[in-house]
Ligand binder design. Structure first.
Ligand SMILES: [Zn+2]
Length: 62
């Protein structure tokens, strides 16, 4: 494994909560009680910018 190729799979989008069949796998969460689940980001949310954007520069654009 190279670790650079993104994995895709089906599951619930961690952002919008919808079911997707071709979401990008962000990781796996193991729960102490019950089975773990896969964290997936659907293609629609994958195109959106992150919610908490941090400006690379401290300049105000206003
Ligand atoms: Zn989504």
């Amino acid at each position: 494994m190279t670790g650079t190729t993104p994995e895709y799979g089906a599951g619930f989008c961690c952002d919008c909560g919808r079911t997707t069949v071709a979401g990008r796998i962000l990781g796996h969460v193991d729960q102490s009680s019950g089975p773990g689940y896969t964290v997936i980001l659907c293609p629609n949310c994958d195109l959106k910018p992150p919610k908490s954007r941090v400006r690379p520069y401290g300049r105000a654009l206003a």
